[in-house]
Design a protein around this ligand. Structure first.
Ligand code: FAD
Length: 282
């Protein structure tokens, strides 16, 4: 039986025209998660309770253990959007988890490639924090390919550029699909797939994590399949809408993934949750 936790909204920060950071406090409880995982939230509005999934997105190592952050993009007419973007501080939510296989690989790799579009960068934020804290030593390099429509949509730009200049192991390229502005050497016009195609990746030594809109995730996977990557070396998380979550059941965890999950969750003194059960359409 999965345990349900409770948390209260304590701060909201605007990150871009359509994206906000929501900080929650559990009241002392440390919610276990491995960087990259998500929780399933139950919200209640005038129509009743409903569920949505959100990645834990904390990037600040000084955040108290009893707090967590979500980075959420507004969806026009969205039920969770309406609730969260109009919520007063103190809003109470229920959550279960953690879920998800989008985590650092168990084995050391030559190149770790993170591919995100828009708010799909959310699960990579705590991952970059743990890489910076020392996990990067397991990889020769870590490359974040970040797809946005135009340069104003680069979430956490300052922090990402700070990491890029501090860490020789970290490469950042931003791919702007609707802008030709490539005034900085890390900006490129086009899609993340064109940036990915230029990397000389090797399925034997490299590992790719992909998160964001389903079409981008499929396009990236098709490109990597043509380079002989498979489901063990490309881990995908699609930010599907709630009604589509039912149809997206990831492949079973590999024994290496399972061992890593068990080992990390043991360190947290918690039991890993199973992958989420299908949701009823809401
Ligand atoms: C594993 C997982 C993790 C996720 N993590 C995050 C996260 O960290 N941050 C985040 O912002 N989102 C995340 N999502 C998406 C999130 O769960 C919601 O689907 C999203 O916030 C929209 O919810 P809503 O209730 O506002 O919209 P809904 O009420 O679900 O949708 C309203 C309408 O908009 C359409 N719609 C919904 N989403 C989109 C979209 N993105 N683009 C265009 N049309 C859309 C729907 O089809 C519907 O017609 C995640 C999804 C999954 C499956």
């Amino acid at each position: 039986m999965e345990t349900s936790h409770t948390a209260s909204l304590i701060a909201v920060e605007s990150l871009s025209a359509s994206t906000r950071l929501f900080r929650f406090e559990t009241g002392g409880e440390h919610l276990p998660f491995i960087a990259g995982q998500f929780y399933r939230f139950t919200f209640t509005d005038a129509t009743g309770p409903f569920e949505r999934s959100y990645s834990f997105s904390q990037f600040d190592p000084k955040l108290p253990m009893s707090q967590f952050e979500l980075v959420i993009s507004a969806v026009a007419g969205g039920r969770a959007t309406d609730l969260l973007f109009n919520a007063a501080l103190g809003l109470t939510v229920q959550l279960k988890g953690p879920f998800g296989r989008l985590i650092l690989p168990a084995d050391d790799k030559r190149c770790l490639v993170l591919v995100a579009t828009s708010v799909g960068v959310a699960p990579f934020l705590p991952m970059l924090q743990s890489l910076e804290a020392g996990e990067h030593q397991r990889f020769d390099s870590v490359h974040l390919l970040f797809g946005v429509r135009d340069p104003t949509e680069v979430l956490f730009q300052e922090a990402l550029l700070r990491l890029r200049s501090d860490a020789s192991w970290f490469k950042l390229t931003v791919h702007c699909s609707r802008s030709q502005d490539a005034s900085m050497d890390w900006q490129h016009p086009g899609y993340v797939t064109s940036g990915l195609a230029q990397l000389a990746l090797d399925p034997k030594s490299d590992h790719v994590l992909v998160c964001g809109n389903p079409k981008m995730v499929d396009d990236v996977y098709a490109l990597l399949r043509a380079q002989h990557f498979g489901p063990r070396s490309v881990i995908r998380e699609k930010y599907v809408f709630a009604v589509q979550e039912k149809a997206v059941q990831g492949p079973a965890r590999s024994s290496a993934d399972e061992a890593l999950l068990q080992q990390k969750m043991k360190a947290y003194g918690a039991t890993p949750a199973t992958d989420p059960k299908p949701l009823k359409p809401v």
